[in-house]
Each structure stands twice: as C-alpha cells, then as structure tokens.
Design a protein around this ligand. Structure first.
Ligand code: F6P
Length: 341
C-alpha cells in the first residue's frame, strides 16, 4: 500500500519516533511505500509530499520536532478540503493516511475518513488532555523539562529570598503543572481545573516565610484562572474554544504577589522549551508503539480509529471518543497534593 503520514498542530517530542516506526513496520513487514506529507493538512491540501525511506528515518528516534514539518490549519480550510478528499488522495497517490496530531487533527481525520480518504489517527500533545487515551507521548518529556526547571529555580530563589512564579504549558488542563509541581515539590500549584484565590496563595507564602523558609515556588498552568469573586486581575479574554483565558498569567501573578506580600517575586515562563528537544525513553517507546499499531490498523482497515494507551495495552478506539471532550485532571487526583491551592 501507499500510506501517507502527516504531523499536524503544535509539535511534540516523539513525532519523529512515530514516523520512524511507521516506516519500519510499513516498509519492512508489509512492503508499503510511505509518503511523508509536509506541514500537516496544509501539505495535504496543497499536494506537497515526498517518499520517506528507511534511510530517511535513521537517527530519528532521539530527535525532537518533526522532519515533516507541522502547521495549525484553520478549521474552514479543512472543511473545504474535506469535500475533495478523494481527489486529494488521488493527487498524492496514497491509499490511506496516518494523521498524527491533537484533538483538531483527530477531528479532521474523522471528517476525511468519512469523506473517502481512509485515515488512522495517532494522538499527540504534551498537554496530555486528549480523551480516551491514558497518556500521550510528549507529556513525559514536558514534565521532565518542567521538573528540572523548578528544581533549578529553588537555589536561586533561596539565595535571593524570592517568590518564583513558574508558568507551565496547559491551556485547558493542568496535567503538566500538577505532575511537575508535585515532582519538584512546588509550594503552590495552580491549575485550570481548580480556580484559585490569590489571597490564599499569598497567605500560604506568608506562612512559609513566618516558619523561617526563605523562598517559595508557585507552579501555574497557563490556563489557570482566579475563582470568581477573588478576581484581582483584569478580565481575561474568551479563546476560540469559548474558554476564558488570562493570557500571561505568570507575569500577572508575580506582579500581584509582589504587591500583596511586599517581597520580590519573579515570573519564569517556560513556554516552548517544554516542547523542544529529545524525547524521554518513555515517550520514545510510546511513540514507537503507536506507529507500529497505526500501520497494523491501516492493514486491518480500522479507519476512523486512533491508537490509544489503555493501561499497558495499545487499543484502537473510534476517533469520536477522542474528540468528545478534553481530559481534565479529576478532583481525586489534584486533592492528593496539598500544594494545589
Ligand atoms: O497544545 C500544546 C501547547 O503546547 C499548549 O500547551 C500551548 O498553549 C500551545 O500548544 C502553544 O501553541 P503555539 O506553539 O501555537 O504557540
């Protein structure tokens, strides 16, 4: 078969490991030809592709990013392209497509599948918020980067008796912040799932200093928000998903805390460092397993499905389950940390 593969949406450590795995399983075992589509659905729409051989994937297991490039494409552009799904497949000369991406990509995958371009999905996001899979590759790497950063901030915070506010990725969910915050022993953890009271954050820090501690670390998810009625921030904005956002929350929080506490506070925005660089061993293995199962799914004709980790097994799940809603951090998880405020 001629199988197209594309990576779409924000990049994520482990994408290259999936591509490598698809090429190995497809070419070595099934005799497939793998066609790499450039820049996600943009390349699909514009007919930009190149064959990807065994040689092309040498060394990819450890390499971050994606050799195929990635792009976020407007929903309207995808909707228009879906009407020409069969023609796009014909132009690229592909019999099936493996689409690696987040919720938007998986939604598009289902639409193309329904319209006659057979697609198998592979979920990816560092945010770990895709429903129906226990975990996504990229998450473990992001947590490692964030944990190491918080560890490092402790010594400089203590030297200067400062409050450090570390803003971590997670527009809608607090998986990275909760996990890295717990791993590094952050003193306050603020996640979108539990709106916070800034006065309570300030009280916790004051109490720490009263007990003779010389610094405090607050890990805040970029999507965290103040509880209604405790709002000391300007009103946020509503994003394309209808969620209220408080862009730049790390900066705002550090400024507010400095005013409330009369102590120096510094914001640290980790941003895209959490998405860059080589994947951890756990992410390499998960990405490799997803690639293997995606090729098998194509050969079984399990189109409109995606690979999901359930417990220790990889299962094929209808894409509709992945796009049914975000996987937020459940309360029984975040109550396990006293630092979640
Ligand atoms: O979806 C992953 C994610 O890393 C979010 O946590 C973050 O808000 C967003 O991507 C950043 O996207 P971009 O690279 O388009 O700025």
């Amino acid at each position: 078969m001629r199988i197209g593969v594309l990576t779409s949406g924000g990049d994520c450590p482990g994408l290259n490991a999936v591509i490598r795995s698809v090429v190995h399983r497809g070419t070595d075992v099934h005799g497939d030809e793998i066609i790499g589509i450039e820049d996600g659905f943009l390349g699909l729409i514009e007919g930009r592709s190149r064959p990807v051989s065994h040689d092309d994937v040498t060394g990819l297991l450890t390499l971050g990013g994606t050799i195929l490039g990635s792009a976020r494409v407007q929903r309207e552009r995808i909707n228009q392209a879906v009407d020409n799904a069969e023609e796009l497949a014909r132009n690229l000369g592909i019999d099936a497509l493996i689409a690696i991406g987040g919720e938007g990509t998986l939604t598009a995958a289902r639409m193309f599948s329904d319209a006659g371009l057979p697609v198998v999905g592979v979920p990816k996001t560092i945010d770990n918020d895709i429903a129906a899979t226990d975990v996504t590759f990229g998450f473990d790497t992001a947590v490692h980067v964030a944990t190491e950063a918080i560890d490092r901030l402790k010594t400089t915070a203590e030297s200067h008796q400062r409050v450090m506010v570390v803003e971590l990725m997670g527009r809608h969910t607090g998986w990275i912040t909760l996990t890295a915050g717990m791993a590094a022993g952050a003193h306050g953890i603020l996640i979108p799932e539990k709106p916070f009271d800034i006065e309570a954050v300030a009280r916790m820090i004051e109490e720490r200093f009263r007990r003779g501690k010389k610094f405090a670390i607050i890990a805040v998810a970029e999507g965290a928000k103040p509880a209604p009625g405790t709002l000391r921030f300007d009103h946020g904005e509503v994003d394309q998903y209808g969620h209220q956002t408080f862009g730049g929350i790390g900066n705002r929080l550090a400024g507010e805390l400095e005013g409330l506490l009369g102590k120096e506070a510094r914001p640290v925005i980790l941003g895209h460092t959490q998405r860059g660089g080589s994947p951890t061993a756990i992410d390499r293995v998960l990405a490799t397993r997803f690639g293997w199962h995606a090729v098998e799914a194509v050969h079984k004709g399990a189109f409109g499905h995606f690979t999901a980790l359930r417990g220790t097994e990889i299962q094929l799940i209808p894409v509709s389950e992945a796009v049914a809603g975000l996987k937020t951090v459940p309360q029984d998880r975040w109550v396990e940390s006293e630092a979640v405020l």
